[in-house]
Design a protein around this ligand. Structure first.
Ligand code: F58
Length: 828
């Protein structure tokens, strides 16, 4: 069953010719013919010999063909002469797109036609959707946001190119063995990638290392040339990004690194066969693998090389496109807006200057003005340890010319400030692009801030805290640059595609305009919130989604869960600040209560966790082990398992997310206030009718205001209180001492009860909670446990709960990425 959207009519259905042409036709006849033809011509198979992957490939090519006309037209508007539209270059080290097929069918409006065509050839769509291996080219929220924004840019007919890296290996696949996370290489390209088009002729050289040398040019001007140690070639791979039923199909342009000279003949000729291909191997390493950490890899040369590699290729490409449009270089900022997705592409500031000044002989002042007007910077974190800085010696070694340029940017920047703030050397030291406190570092957030005309945070609180903390001085010296753009997620993927039952129900009542206009349309559901018939249908959809997820959990973990229980879900990267272990403390408390048979009637719950931990993050991995250990004991206990089941669903990714968000009753958004920049899972859950239990952190605050305070379970310290408590001297040990239930929960973990008597296993975790508790779990514990009791009570009144659920969906239209993109386009 597909996303039952009332009118499945594509934007350019065309005349009768379009319906029958095998390459472009949008009717079932043309699609069925195309499938057979592609199976034959591209896979070299007859239907009776085709594997599921052959059919998947044939279908993917069939769908891609149908994107090409609009794709060619859109590229023409970015590259063609006589066009004046400004285009967006979204520069991001990560794009977590998720599978393309289903999304393509929805956006092209050919879901039903494809289903029909497949049934004629004896195939079924759901199996082929399942076959697609998703490109896991991102770690989490930041990479997924980039993908949502690409969908919205296209849907809003904004010409855009998403520029990034074509990692050969994306984020690792996660398996769970004996309760521990095990990382498995993500070989996503193993069976080929039908969505990408390699553009071998769109290739740029990128220099690395070596040294610089001053000289005087023919006109006698002082110049500096860069004599690199090495040159690597970047090749463009394009993936079309179709908007939802609009003429625009944008593209994701990912760069693959190759050797400029794949083969060293000199080495070969002297018989050193291995050294002959060495160079190729070293060059290709650059786009080999995504760094799987959710904090920047301190001082890793390869990571810096990746960043510079994709930024340089992208900027060279943007300049090329500008010139092919026949526009002069000094109008770059009129035709391109470069959005820096966090600091990972921030070397763009120095590289664009270098390209303009050194390669295109532009005068510094003008080049600087163009750079600033072109670039804008989005910050995604306040965590001090996550702010990128590169050791100065590393930058000097890998990008010697850029270091000189950064010095010059810094000199001019500080000179300007010195005039405005004489006698404030401290200020200058704090905002300097170079951290000179101990070992010297280049501060990438400062480079991005100085080189951009706009700086934004990703939720109201986050932006306020940015202005007050990490970018305080920048806010002081250029307040006009700062603005907030609260994150959003695409309703095409996160409702229409992943929750077809809900989509059909919504569409039956309010039509299907919500898919492209969530803010204005979804609110028409509000009057239905108390309608008993509508509530019943709403419950039926949720029940169905929960049964689906229960089946999936059984298949992946063997655990049998009751779809009638409250599905309480926390899915996100594992991190101490996200506090999965606070959730665990509550579970252990419940467990204790049940063992003592204290407390009254209990609402049956299934508590589901999923998420990956950075391979080197020991505490996060220990939390996964703890969740699994608690799960084993709980699920096997004859008493406790009657009302509680705990599941760790392995390998959380976009595809699994499709099954998870629609099945949630309760969404856990319980980070320490002030730590989660925005969160976007919170939005996906609420859109699908889950009610949030959460702190006043990130976009939770705005979600709560939107859905109504009575439809949100709030607990915990505010960001301000967190700061105050810490300043006043936080002593978690005394909270432990004074709260018997908390003490009992922690003691049970320490006792070896969940670890076959091993008292040492979870000691690092317990000790960290009792001694420093950096994320203040203990401070929020009591409030959380009490709030969970309110949740249980509320769930026992199914009509009231359903009303809350409907109102959550009806009121979160604001969190569509279409709204975010409109704001970026309007304000930046
Ligand atoms: C996330 N950051 C924020 N970083 O944590 C989240 O609150 C926000 O909603 C989201 O961005 C989108 O704005 C995030 O996902 C990373 O994954 C980086 C990957 C590269 C290394 C540093 C972290």
């Amino acid at each position: 069953m597909g996303p039952a959207i009332a009118s499945d009519s594509p934007a350019n259905a065309g005349g009768p010719a379009a319906l029958t042409n095998v390459r472009t036709g949008l009717g079932a006849d043309a699609i069925a013919a195309a499938l057979i033809e592609n199976l034959h011509c591209l896979q070299g198979k007859l239907p009776q010999h085709a594997t599921r992957n052959d059919w998947y490939m044939a279908l993917a090519y069939t769908v891609r063909d149908r994107m090409m006309e609009r794709y060619v037209a859109t590229v023409g508007s970015i590259a063609g002469a006589n066009t004046n539209a400004k285009a967006v270059a979204y520069l991001s080290a990560e794009f977590l797109t998720g599978p393309h097929l289903g999304n393509g069918l929805i956006n092209l409006g050919i879901w039903q036609a494809v289903e029909e065509a497949l049934s004629r050839v004896g195939q079924d769509l759901s199996g082929l959707l399942e076959q697609e291996e998703e490109p896991g080219l991102g770690n989490g929220g930041l990479g997924r946001l980039a993908a949502c924004y690409m969908d919205s840019l296209a849907t809003l007919n904004v010409p855009a190119i998403g520029y990034g890296i074509r990692y050969e290996f994306g984020i690792f696949d996660q398996a769970i063995r004996d309760g521990w996370q095990v990382e498995i290489t993500d070989k996503w390209l193993r069976f080929g990638n039908p969505w990408e088009i390699v553009r071998s002729e769109i290739a740029f050289d990128v220099k690395f290392g070596g040294r610089t040398e001053p000289y005087h040019d023919e006109a006698g001007r002082y110049r500096v040339r860069w004599l690199p140690e090495k040159v690597v070639k970047g090749i463009a791979y394009d993936t079309p990004v179709p908007g939802y039923r609009v003429p625009t199909t944008n593209l994701l342009r990912l760069w693959k690194a190759e050797a400029t000279e794949p083969f060293d003949f000199e080495a070969f000729n002297v018989g050193d066969y291995y050294r002959a291909v060495d160079e190729k191997v070293i060059s290709e390493t650059i786009s080999k693998v995504l760094y799987p950490n959710d904090e920047p890899e301190a001082g890793k040369q390869l990571r810096l090389a990746q960043q510079y590699f994709f930024v340089s290729c992208s900027l060279q490409d943007m300049i090329r496109l500008l010139l092919t449009r026949g526009k002069p270089l000094n109008e770059l900022h009129l035709y391109w807006a470069a959005q820096l997705n966090d600091t990972h592409p921030s070397i763009a500031v120095a590289e664009l200057l270098r390209l303009l000044v050194v390669e295109h002989a532009m005068e510094w002042g003008q080049a600087w003005a163009i750079t600033q007007q072109t670039c804008a910077y989005t910050n995604h974190t306040l965590l001090a340890e996550a702010l990128e800085r590169w050791p100065l010696p590393l930058l000097a070694k890998l990008l010697p010319r850029h270091l000189e340029i950064i010095y010059e940017i810094n000199r001019r920047f500080l000179d300007g400030l010195r005039l405005r703030y004489p006698n404030d050397d401290q200020l200058l030291r704090r905002v300097s692009l170079i951290d000179e406190a101990g070992d010297k570092y280049i501060r990438m957030a400062h480079l991005a801030s100085v080189g951009s005309h706009a700086i934004n945070g990703v939720a109201v609180l986050h932006t306020e805290l940015l202005k007050r903390t990490v970018l305080r001085d920048f806010h002081r010296v250029s307040p006009e640059k700062f603005l907030n753009v609260t994150n959003g997620v695409t309703p095409r993927r996160w409702i229409a595609l992943s929750n077809p039952n809900l989509s059909a129900l919504i569409t039956r009542h309010i039509g299907d305009r919500w898919i492209a206009n969530l803010e204005d349309e979804l609110k028409h559901l509000e009057p239905l919130a108390s309608d008993i018939d509508f509530q019943r249908d709403w419950q039926a959809v949720k029940a169905d989604n929960k049964r689906n997820l229960a089946g999936f959990i059984k298949e992946r973990t063997g655990v049998i869960v009751d779809p009638h229980s409250l599905f309480d879900i926390q899915v996100k990267r594992l991190h101490e600040y996200k506090r999965q272990h606070l959730n665990v403390l509550y579970l252990v408390t419940l467990c204790n209560r049940l063992r003592h048979a204290s407390g009254g009637a209990v609402t049956p719950r299934t508590v589901i966790f999923a998420g990956k931990a950075a391979p080197g993050y020991r505490m996060a991995k220990l939390i996964i082990k703890l969740i699994n250990s608690v799960a084993v004991v709980v699920n096997q206990d004859p008493v406790v398992s009657q009302v509680l089941k705990v599941v760790f669903l392995p390998d959380f990714n976009v595809k699994n997310g499709h099954r998870v968000y629609p099945a949630a009753d309760l969404s856990e958004q319980i980070s320490t206030a002030g730590k989660e920049a925005s969160g976007t899972g919170n939005m996906k859950f609420a859109m699908n009718g889950a009610i949030t239990i959460g702190t006043l952190d990130g976009a939770n605050i705005e979600i709560r205001d939107a859905v109504g305070h009575e439809n949100f379970f709030l607990f915990g310290l505010t960001a301000e209180e967190v700061e105050r408590v810490r300043a006043e001297g936080y002593r978690p040990g005394s909270i432990y001492q004074s709260n018997p239930e908390l003490r009992e929960a922690i003691d049970l973990i320490s006792s070896g009860f969940f670890s076959n008597g091993d008292r040492g296993l979870f000691r690092p975790l317990v000790e960290s909670l009792l001694t420093s508790d950096d994320y203040m779990l203990l401070a929020d514990y009591q409030a959380y446990v009490e709030c969970q009791q309110h949740v249980s009570d509320a769930y026992s009144d199914q009509n009231a709960w359903t009303r809350m659920s409907i109102l959550n969906t009806a009121r979160v239209g604001h969190f569509s990425s279409d709204r975010s993109i409109r704001e970026y386009c309007r304000d930046i």
